[in-house]
Design a protein around this ligand. Structure first.
Ligand SMILES: Nc1ncnc2c1ncn2[C@@H]1O[C@H](COP(=O)(O)OP(=O)(O)OP(=O)(O)O)[C@@H](O)[C@H]1O
Ligand SMILES: [Mg+2]
Length: 352
């Protein structure tokens, strides 16, 4: 449904004395979101998330590469054809971007007026949309009379007015409190189900990815560095940045005091400290007690957490494996053979 091929974007910045500097905000992005998916793009501030999403409806023109939505290549279109194509792409923003001097109804009606639609037809289209977003009783209010969550609902209804196939969300919940965020995400999930709308959302919050995305891409310094199904990303991110996002989200970091002790050089008198991630069957198997029995390794659990990600249960643990090096290596092999993801965080000196 959304396809980017080799997209790069370079911004030219003019210096004070006519000097020119460039910022390469996107580098050779290849990207595909199939119809009906909710796809998240996550990255740090300045990574290029907004640039990426704005390149999809050509609010920003890519410097190189091609963009197609619903099978139509957009970069080569005339202005008029592009305007038509944009009806199939809705967008919502962090700060809602409503017109303050128009009522809720008139804000949602605006794109339809611009398309030249007749008043009766506009009413027929807008009324059910306001019901869908839960604002049927607010049609005559002005944006200033609404809460942040209600404003975003108006923006969602406006984005849906032209019956788009794709909804682009640029940090749509970043200005909202956690509870309101939850209700807006529930609405987006509902729209994805009911209307089959393909949703691309960018965010710096793992919570958003966890609660509504099927798949996620990680962007860093203009490059897509990792892409995975959400369950896989939360179990075993493949990049350092992915692990940092996950650890921040889970707040599962080795205690600071342990961190200091983790610096021992591996040897006969050290124990490995590991981060274990397990999902599915592994969650319910008594692996830790078996480890003691079958490998002769004792496990000291330093931190543990169980999360529910979509329909999957995900367990995470930081543990010290206590035993001679040959045994602890065997234990790690054993855990990996049982589909646990094992990362050795470091080694600590044995006390005995
Ligand atoms: N219109 C512009 N002109 C020049 N440089 C820009 C422009 N827009 C973005 N940039 C630069 O491009 C890079 C990517 O910016 P972008 O806004 O896409 O990041 P972002 O991931 O959305 O960040 P944030 O999370 O802070 O919104 C940054 O270095 C930024 O300074
Ligand atoms: Mg941004």
């Amino acid at each position: 449904m959304i396809r980017l091929h080799n997209v790069s974007k370079t911004y030219a910045l003019k210096g004070r004395r006519g000097s020119a500097r460039t910022v390469q905000a996107l580098k050779n992005i290849d990207f595909h979101v199939p119809a009906g998916q909710v796809h998240g793009v996550i990255g740090l501030s300045g990574a290029g998330k907004s640039t990426l999403i704005r390149c999809i409806n050509l609010l920003e023109r890519p410097t190189t590469g091609s963009v197609s939505v619903d099978g139509q290549e957009l970069t080569g279109l005339s202005r008029q054809a592009l305007n038509q194509a944009r009806h199939r792409i809705g967008m919502i923003f962090q700060h809602f971007n409503l017109l303050t001097n128009r009522t809720v109804f008139a804000n949602v009606a605006l794109p339809l007026e611009l398309m030249g639609m007749q008043r009766a037809e506009i009413r027929e289209r807008v009324t059910p949309l306001l019901e869908l977003v839960g604002l049927a009783d607010k049609t005559r209010q002005y944006p200033a009379q609404l809460s942040g969550g209600q404003k975003q609902r108006v923006a969602i209804a406006r984005a849906l007015a032209s019956r788009p196939k794709v909804l682009l969300c640029d940090e749509a919940t970043s200005a909202l409190d956690p509870q309101t965020t939850g209700s807006i995400l529930a609405l987006l999930r509902d729209i994805n189900h009911k209307l089959g709308l393909t949703i691309l959302l960018i965010t710096h919050e793992m919570e958003v990815v966890k609660s509504i995305c099927h798949r996620v891409s990680l962007i860093s310094d203009g490059e897509l560095v990792e892409e995975a199904d959400v369950g896989d990303f939360f179990t075993a991110p493949r990049t350092q940045l992915g692990r940092e996002f996950l650890n921040d989200f889970l707040q599962l970091e080795p205690p600071r005091a342990l961190f200091e002790r983790l610096k021992a050089t591996p040897g006969e008198r050290t124990h490995p400290v590991v981060r274990l991630a397990f999902s599915g069957d592994a969650v319910s198997t008594p692996l830790i007690s078996r480890l003691a029995r079958e490998c002769g390794v004792d496990v000291s659990i330093l931190q543990a957490k169980v999360e529910s990600i979509q329909e999957r249960t995900l367990g995470l643990m930081i543990a010290e494996l206590m035993g001679p090096p040959a045994k602890t290596r065997e234990a790690i092999d054993y855990l990996e053979a049982h589909d646990l993801h094992v990362e050795v965080l470091g080694h600590v000196q044995r006390d005995d």
